[in-house]
Write a protein that binds this ligand. Structure first.
Ligand code: EPU
Length: 548
């Protein structure tokens, strides 16, 4: 990437075909509720690089708690208090202990400048962790892991419940040893904590010939069934029994066999499931209408180096061809893999610069192609976004030269202009995970936009809460589209119900007048490492507090 290359403007209406809403019955596990009360009490984070005991407007006592350094990943895994059942403790757990009742107090009005580093991709690493279950000998070293995320901690606990061991030899690195698995049934408590836990089904089946996995949890953004995962596994010769809240998998003919798998929707998770099964199956698997997301590509690269007898072509396209190893085992010396940057976290900071105003906010360590659709829309709205070579250490897979920094200049709230309409769609379209954040930016921009969500059927909850900040938003009946007319926002107390909705509310608070209190950060902690420290590092006035 040459210095000062400009991100190409390629906006327009990103359109995707028929939505997924209501196509499948709900098959999901329980996820704990998110009850909180509303009284801010305890400061648990820092702003502007300093930890300090403080008192705030409510007059309640605050206590301090250590966290990330200059917006970098804190070197810790979240303690999970969800289960008494696990017999094994993660060697690295226990440093951050953030509480589900925490809230973010955001005082809007600051322009954002300086540099913020993007962490490794949550959704990529969750699939990679599942795939390490195939490693029957040798250790797997995953680098650039956002170890502070609740979802990563819970996924590691899923692996530990199967007999794997995990350690953290250095910040951002996880070392997994899955050579001795003790069961094919992961602890349902941890499986129930996140959607991606279902990804362990295919590698367990491929490795042990059987798996019993309870139905997964995750953000409440739609029904999120697993029928496409099961369809793919059946095609490769798996037997499937669903009952009692679990899926029991076996092998019809004693082994997985390559097959043609055509998805009627390019599901990210189902494509990942079939990739993992196909990598160890005998023969060729061809996946058509496969998901093209970068996280799927990262998993494919990982599998190609982990499983010596497997080769994968077509990653990043709609047709992936996998020559399976036929159960020859995995690389005995172990492997290392550098996780791709988190494109949604990168997009989040682009949205922060756009909404708050910026004269040159640097979002550092990004794969340009991965954020193109996001940058296109923000540029159309009036942001200037330039790319330059990144100083960040790059991955062996993608090479240093492919990482770039994005430099954002934005006039800020009230000065951006809306786009007429936008629809979410699978990669490389505008990502559903950025939709709530874009709604926040649109809510403060001049003009009207119709936003349509086509990937998940219940993902307009950010719009409902944005109205508490005074946003002018009409949500269409059926709830999959909203008409947003930009205006000034006024701080208020709002509540998170899922990860991206929660961060969208924090982002909206950056442009609202006065103080916005975003309650229940447990959802945000699933997917953002040290968000408050990163925001403070670029000039936002944010404080993390515990609610009583
Ligand atoms: N779907 C089915 N049947 C299936 C699988 C999916 O009907 O068997 C439907 C879903 O209900 C949904 C649509 O297909 O309506 C898309 O689901 P997909 O399988 O593509 O998504 P996922 O694998 O469940 C991943 C990310 C999501 C991200 C989506 C789309 C992980 C762990 N999660 O979910 O990330 O929104 O792809 O890009 O990789 C997030 O990070 O906040 C998040 C929700």
């Amino acid at each position: 990437m040459k210095a000062s290359d400009r991100v190409g403007v390629r906006v327009g209406r990103v359109v995707f075909g028929p939505g997924m809403a209501g196509r499948y019955p709900c098959e999901r596990g329980a996820l704990g509720g998110c009850g909180t009360s509303s009284r801010p009490a305890v400061v648990v984070s820092r702003a502007r690089g300093q930890w300090a005991r403080a008192r705030v407007a409510t007059g309640d006592d605050r206590r301090t708690r250590s966290g990330g350094e200059s917006g970098r990943n804190p070197p810790d895994l979240i303690v999970n208090h969800g289960s008494e059942r696990r017999g094994r403790q993660l060697a690295t757990e226990g440093l951050s202990g953030r509480g589900s009742g925490d809230a973010m107090v955001v005082r809007g009005g600051n322009r954002l400048n300086g540099l913020v580093e993007v962490s490794g991709s949550k959704n990529a690493v969750l699939a990679l962790l599942a795939a390490t279950l195939l490693a029957d000998s040798g250790k797997v070293n995953l680098k650039n892991v956002p170890t502070g995320l609740t979802d990563v901690g819970n996924m590691v606990r899923v692996l530990e419940s199967l007999g794997a061991t995990a350690s953290q030899p250095s910040p951002g690195t996880l070392e997994l040893d899955c050579s001795r698995l003790s069961t094919s049934e992961p602890d349902p408590v941890f499986v129930g904590a996140l959607r991606a836990s279902f990804l362990v089904a295919a590698p367990l089946l491929g490795r042990l010939g059987e798996a019993t996995v309870s139905l997964p949890g995750g953000c409440k953004i739609g029904t999120r069934p697993v029928d496409l995962h099961l369809f793919g596994l059946r095609r490769l010769g798996a037997t499937v029994e669903v009952g009692g809240g679990s899926v029991r998998l076996g092998m019809a003919g004693g082994a997985l066999r390559g097959a043609d798998v055509h998805f009627d929707y390019p599901s990210v998770g189902a494509t990942e499931t079939v990739l993992m099964a196909a990598a160890v199956a005998a023969g060729t698997t061809t996946i058509t209408n496969a998901a093209r997301e970068p996280e799927v590509e990262d998993l494919g690269r990982f599998l190609s180096s982990l499983v010596p007898g497997c080769s994968i072509s077509g990653l990043g396209t709609g047709t992936i061809v996998v020559e399976g190893s036929g159960g020859q085992g995995t690389r005995s010396g172990g492997i290392a893999h550098y996780v791709i940057p988190d494109r949604i976290e990168a997009g989040t900071f682009l949205a922060c610069g756009a909404i708050a105003g910026s004269d040159g906010l640097v979002v550092s360590g990004v794969r340009l192609a991965h954020v193109q659709a996001i940058a296109d829309v923000l540029q159309e709205m009036g942001c200037e976004i330039h790319s330059r070579r990144s100083a960040q250490e790059g991955s062996g897979d993608f090479g240093d030269s492919s990482l770039c920094d994005l430099v954002v200049a934005s006039p800020g709230p009230g000065a951006l202009r809306s786009v007429p309409s936008i629809e979410t769609s699978p990669y490389p379209g505008f990502p559903t995970d950025m939709q709530p954040l874009l709604c926040s930016v649109l809510a403060t921009s001049r003009g009207k936009c119709v936003v349509t969500e086509t990937v998940f059927e219940s993902r307009m909850s950010a719009c409902r809460e944005l109205r508490r900040l005074g946003a002018s938003i009409e949500i269409a009946s059926g709830g999959s589209s909203a008409t947003i007319r930009g205006k000034g926002l006024v701080g208020a107390e709002v509540k998170t119900t899922d990860l991206r909705q929660g961060v969208a509310l924090v982002v909206a608070g950056l442009a609202a007048s006065g103080e916005t209190v975003v309650r229940d950060l447990s959802h945000v902690d699933r997917g953002y490492v040290g968000l408050e420290a990163k925001l403070a590092g670029i000039g936002a006035d944010v404080t993390r507090v515990a609610m009583e």
